[in-house]
Design a protein around this ligand. Structure first.
Ligand SMILES: Cc1ncc(COP(=O)(O)O)c(C=O)c1O
Length: 327
């Protein structure tokens, strides 16, 4: 099954492997050894300011899917990281990009909103999230009527196909962890929203039979039940693409919605503290919507004793640098 993944057509955007680094000063603050606190830096993926979506786009924008394509269409909020990376990928592939962006007031053109335009995307504003899918379909029909062909990428590229990017990422960190042998379990904290990242990793660690991995999916917005439902559905369908039909490993998924705080993209006290701590101890920048809340969860679980002393923890940094500086 993993051989099928290696052979799957894809366009390369990520400079692989992304760094897996120790965070010794953070570890000291948490009373752990340097080997027990690691950062997996997908923020440093080497493409258009980094982040998790590039891995999914490698599969969504594979050469076989691009035959005859003139346009790529996707959607998101005004500060969407996914929209930024899609615009950059389209630019690199010589395709036009249309971004359907929701929001009732025109946002200041900072952060990702600035980069969407810099990377040459045309912006189609819509009032609400509900308008996004019908408008993407309308834009695609317009492109076809003009003799072009559009590839529509759903929100967050969190499709079964896009999730394969994170199955691949699981194999990548699995290889890196061979250089960091460890007796206890490994707790990996990763942000979950449209859940393609979480589902891909869950499927990957299942196929790798990593029974020592505990995958904590930290919600940026949705409920714990929604994370579980979305993740299981995406992982099942991604597994089918690879010819895998077994359920996810028991004890692998640990989703939580305890760290959303006041809402999507708005700091909680805990996420602000996590941002300050990672900055001060390791010179690492977190974003307010995703990685700050994921780090807040990891710090809380470490400090409250939910991660046993013999285990180690990894913060999977999924990016978001532009919003870290723009919001
Ligand atoms: C920086 C960052 N981290 C994490 C996520 C969440 O990933 P997913 O949508 O695959 O759950 C996103 C999604 O937009 C993101 O931009």
């Amino acid at each position: 099954m993993l051989t099928r993944l290696q052979e799957w057509p894809r366009t390369s955007f990520v400079r692989e492997p992304t760094p897996l680094i120790q965070a010794p000063n953070l570890a000291q603050t948490l009373g752990r050894t340097p080997a027990d606190v690691l950062l997996k830096m997908d923020a440093e993926s080497g493409f258009a300011l980094g982040g998790n979506k590039a891995r999914k786009l490698e599969f969504e924008l594979a050469p076989d899917r691009l035959k005859g394509a003139t346009h790529v269409i996707t959607c998101g909020g005004p500060q969407s990281n996914h929209a930024r990376l899609t615009a950059a990928a389209a630019a690199r592939l010589g395709l036009k990009c249309v971004l359907v962006v929701n929001g009732d007031t025109p946002p200041p053109h900072k952060g990702n909103a600035y980069l969407h335009r810099l990377f040459g995307a045309e912006i189609r504003p819509v009032a609400t999230q509900k308008d996004r899918d019908p408008t993407m379909a309308e834009v695609a029909a317009e492109v076809e009527a003009d003799g072009g062909h559009a590839l529509v990428i759903p929100l967050g590229a969190s499709t079964p196909l896009g999730s394969l990017g994170y199955v691949r990422a699981a194999t990548e960190i699995d290889a890196q962890l061979r250089d960091h042998p460890h007796a206890g379990d490994t707790w990996i904290f990763v942000s979950a929203s449209s859940c393609g990242t979480y589902a891909g990793l869950a499927l990957g660690f299942t196929l790798l039979e990593r029974t020592d991995v505990r995958l904590v999916g930290v919600s940026a917005d949705i409920s714990r039940a929604e994370i579980l439902d979305l993740t299981e559905r995406l992982a099942t369908r991604a597994g089918e693409l690879l010819g895998a039909h077994a359920p996810l490993l028991t004890g692998l998924l640990h989703p939580t919605d305890d760290y959303v705080g006041p809402g999507y993209g708005i700091h909680s006290d805990a996420s602000e503290e996590a941002t300050a701590l990672l900055g001060r101890t390791e010179g690492v920048l977190l974003d307010p919507a995703y990685t700050a809340k994921t780090a807040a969860a990891m710090l809380d679980w470490a400090q409250s004793g939910r991660i046993p002393r013999e285990d180690r923890m990894i913060l999977w940094h999924t990016g978001g640098y532009p919003t870290a500086l723009a919001l």
